[in-house]
Write a protein that binds this ligand. Structure first.
Ligand SMILES: Cc1cc2nc3c(=O)[nH]c(=O)nc-3n(C[C@H](O)[C@H](O)[C@H](O)COP(=O)(O)O)c2cc1C
Ligand SMILES: O=C(O)C(=O)c1ccccc1
Length: 391
């Protein structure tokens, strides 16, 4: 029998017999406010902030809230199985941790803590190129758990090639190529405090650990750190890239490749033509194009265009188990979650990240069961209706 994630509910109640209650709220939408009280203004702006006036991030939430579940009754759900197959991998649930850069800003254990939490719960961890911990050290912390690598496509081919070689050697199996960040967007929360995340918490450590990156420096990093940071800024991403450039990535990675940040159905079709295996329908949590379409509103169009040819994943705005259910109903195979686990990390390290994963999946398990589903496979558009007046 598959694991019932909902058992976490009674684990919490039973622990309560000895007077213990969860260290963090089980309504994950409350974590943002707690994190705002815990971290300094720079780090808070970095993690909670988004592009422009923040309306895209709010629209992501609204697009999920507006869709309401129509539960079905009397459909045997006593044995449930949340596992799904994604890109040829069996996952215990339709969830992965999204790539988030410079986690040392949030907690001293940084990427290692997030990766260990994902490994302990069996969900894939997507390591950001912009990690504050070198690829190899994150891999070492994870044992043989499922790990995916997110590529920021460096201007220098040798650096990109080196990242891919290192990630492969460290056991990363799926490559997530982020397309929506060829430039950092206009982010007032960061700008108003002149807070550039790269410059904090050894934000560039993964690059600094790279031999191809280092060979481009006139002096070693410790002798001229400012020059090294400027080299990184010039290297980080390349706004000149076009679709044919994907050939280079395809030729240098023999596992599945997923393009992150696709919103238009035609871009999803181009991903098929480029030999890609999947897309993440995402607007980067509202952090890139201010005023862009809400990710959940873009999802059905992408699924209709390529859902039978590519694995369609989703992120941007997922905060609760019912949000995951809604994304599945709109056609996503699985979802990535960003800020909630980062808040968990900021508030309680590895344990906080595990708390977030367990709450999300317990709530998803219960939402499925209470709506008449024993597996994600039976969830579809017929389970939703739209309520334009929803708060
Ligand atoms: C603080 C922060 C840093 C991020 N860094 C990266 C990154 O390095 N690479 C990447 O592809 N996406 C990055 N993202 C975007 C996430 O992968 C994901 O798309 C987004 O957080 C999903 O939205 P959500 O936060 O509403 O769940 C970052 C997001 C946040 C909040
Ligand atoms: O802040 C982000 O959204 C992001 O993608 C990023 C990129 C580089 C370093 C840190 C974060």
């Amino acid at each position: 029998m598959a694991k019932h994630w909902a058992d976490f509910q009674y684990e919490i109640y039973l622990n309560g017999m000895t007077g213990a209650v969860p260290r963090l709220p089980t309504d994950l939408t409350r974590l943002e406010e707690l994190t705002e009280r815990r971290l300094g203004p720079g780090p808070v702006g970095y993690v909670t902030g988004s592009a422009g006036d923040g309306s895209t991030a709010r629209a992501n939430r609204a697009a999920l809230r507006r869709r309401r579940i129509v539960p079905r009754m009397l459909r045997d759900v006593h044995e449930r199985d949340l596992s799904v197959e994604v890109l040829g991998r069996g996952l215990p649930a339709p969830l992965a941790l999204a790539p988030v850069g410079v986690l040392s800003i949030m907690h001293p254990d940084a990427e290692r803590a997030a990766a260990r939490a994902a490994a302990a719960q069996g969900v894939p961890y997507v390591l950001s190129s912009a990690s504050s911990t070198p690829i190899e050290q994150v891999a070492e912390a994870m044992g043989d758990a499922e790990r995916w690598f997110q590529l920021y496509w460096a201007k220098d081919r040798e650096v990109t090639r080196s990242f891919l070689t290192r990630a492969k050697a460290a056991g990363f199996s799926v490559l997530v190529v982020t397309l929506d960040t060829p430039l950092l967007a206009w982010r007032p929360r960061d700008l108003d405090q002149a807070y550039l995340p790269f410059l904090h918490g050894v934000g560039t450590a993964n690059y600094f650990s790279d031999p191809a990156f280092r060979s481009g420096l006139a002096k070693p990093v410790h002798e001229d750190p400012n020059a090294a940071v400027m080299h990184f800024v010039g290297m980080f991403a390349d706004p000149a890239k076009t679709w044919p450039d994907l050939t280079f990535v395809r030729e240098n990675w023999d596992g599945p490749i997923v393009l992150k940040g696709v919103l238009h159905p035609d871009d999803a079709r181009q991903a098929v033509d480029a030999g890609m295996d999947g897309v993440v329908v995402s607007n980067h949590g509202g952090r890139q194009v201010a005023g862009s379409v809400a990710a959940a509103d873009a999802l059905p169009g992408v699924v209709a265009a390529v859902g039978d040819r590519l694995t369609v994943l989703f992120d941007s705005g997922v905060r609760t188990g019912d949000d995951v259910f809604k994304a599945l109903a709109l056609g996503a195979r699985a979802v990535l979650v960003g800020r909630p686990y980062v808040y968990g990390l900021a508030l309680d390290g590895q344990a906080g990240v595990e708390h977030v994963i367990r709450c999300l999946l317990a709530e998803l398990d219960l939402t499925l069961a209470l709506s008449g589903h024993a597996t994600p496979a039976t969830v579809g558009p017929a389970d939703l209706m739209e309520d334009m007046a929803a708060e």
